[in-house]
Design a protein around this ligand. Structure first.
Ligand SMILES: [Zn+2]
Length: 301
């Protein structure tokens, strides 16, 4: 989809809400920006601060920095974490010149190609998309942005030391992409899950998604949570663990349908046309879920 991560997410009420960071736990904050309705996290520590995801362009990243400085002139962003490779979470990296950028190995491997692909898509269709909260100006900024790849990548776990507290990053399997990570602050009960979870739209099954693996990956993250854990999705309001478990079950249902259709020998085109009331999301948004799932499964004999 040319506008992945951009399905209708913004309601008039959201557009009128105040911008800037809101504290969701001790010195852990979230700002929700209307362009692509994306969340940015901020963790403050004695020796620096971590920004989680950087929005869709250099100028948008700089506006995050402006919002951080509004909280206190002495806050220094020392680290950036990308929850996954997608442009609306990574293109702002370039604004954080003094920070070390962290991400999963697969983000390091795929960001340049992903960026080139998305710049091509936006170049071909640079128009406004008010329903996704962005304008032609935002697209021009995105196209002009120099892509900054992560400085440090990891395979399973990594930690950032902020002196009086840590931020931990964990990869627990493929899902929305092959490089989605959970980001936690162990002295609080907050978990950033990027687009493994979405609150303001159905989860986004894109052309780089892993629909058959996704539910297991969410289960692996859920094992590490407590009943009162606050989960920050890539898009939309923070949610509780029960919400994540429900979305995990819906993603599992999609995977079950893909497997059933494949096992029954249903051609991909027919599967894509076949709406079914048991599917948790409109079949139109599941084209890549079926395509990717079919490609992963053996042909029925
Ligand atoms: Zn995404």
């Amino acid at each position: 989809m040319a506008r992945m991560d951009s399905e209708t997410r913004i309601t008039p009420a959201q557009q009128s809400r105040p911008a800037g960071f809101v504290e969701v736990a001790d010195r852990v904050l979230v700002a929700r920006y209307p362009e692509w309705d994306v969340n940015v996290g901020l963790v403050l520590g004695r020796d620096g601060a971590v920004v989680v995801d950087t929005r869709a362009s250099g100028p948008q990243g700089r506006r995050v920095l402006d919002d951080v400085r509004r909280l206190g002139r002495d806050i220094v962003v020392t680290h950036v974490v990308n929850t996954h490779v997608h442009f609306d979470h990574t293109f702002g990296n370039v604004a954080f010149e003094a920070a070390t950028v962290h991400a999963h190995d697969n983000v390091g491997r795929t960001l340049a190609a992903h960026a080139a692909h998305y710049k091509d898509l936006f170049r071909a269709d640079p128009g406004d998309a008010p329903e996704a909260g962005y304008t032609a100006r935002d697209v021009a900024d995105l196209l002009a942005t120099r892509i900054r790849r992560p400085d440090r990548t990891f395979g399973s776990h990594a930690t950032i030391d902020l002196g009086d507290r840590c931020v931990t990053m964990a990869w627990r399997g493929r899902g929305h992409t092959d490089g989605d990570i959970g980001v936690t602050v162990p002295d609080t009960d907050v978990l950033f899950l990027g687009d493994l979870v979405e609150e303001s739209a159905p989860p986004s099954f894109g052309e780089d998604s892993w629909p058959l693996d996704w539910a297991d990956t969410l289960s692996a993250h859920l094992v590490e949570t407590a009943d009162h854990t606050v989960v920050v999705p890539g898009h939309g309001r923070p949610v509780d663990v029960a919400f994540v478990a429900r979305q995990r079950d819906e993603v599992a249902t999609v995977a079950t349908f893909v497997r059933e259709r494949r096992d029954a020998g249903v051609a991909l085109d027919d599967a894509l046309r076949e709406a079914d009331a048991r599917l948790p999301y409109p079949v139109e948004g599941l084209a890549d879920a079926f395509r990717r799932g079919y490609a992963q499964l053996p042909r029925p004999s």
